[in-house]
Design a protein around this ligand. Structure first.
Ligand SMILES: [Zn+2]
Length: 118
């Protein structure tokens, strides 16, 4: 029997950690339903071209981090939503129970080890 309470706590903690990281770098756009990276505030408005280039690189780096965090967050939100369902913890491909060790390591997993990445 799955310990859903434990899984829920883990998912919620992971969600909060992700949200903290994401809020640091961007904001959620309610109109598009997507996360947007926001550039850092200008410390010195009259910064030279080098500073601008640095800031642009930094923005690019933050955007790419956001792109990896967002799907993780979405998976966690999905798992939280499905947690109470009968189908939670079952592989989306073969409908068999997902290995408990795998679920424990990644509560947002939607497939068993055999169907990983499908
Ligand atoms: Zn499977």
């Amino acid at each position: 029997m799955l310990d859903k309470k434990k899984i829920k706590e883990k998912l919620e903690k992971e969600r909060d950690d992700l949200l903290l990281q994401m809020k640091d770098m961007g904001k959620f756009n309610l109109e598009t339903g997507e996360w947007e990276t926001i550039p850092e505030e200008l410390e010195f408005p009259e910064s030279d071209e080098n500073d601008k280039a640095d800031r642009f690189e930094d923005f690019e780096a933050r955007t790419s981090v956001m792109r990896t965090l967002e799907p993780r967050l979405n998976n966690i939100l999905k798992a939280l939503k499905n947690l109470h369902k009968e189908s939670f913890g079952k592989c989306e491909v073969c409908q068999k129970d997902i290995e408990p060790a795998r679920l424990e390591a990644n509560p947002a997993a939607t497939t068993c080890k055999k169907h990983l990445g499908k």
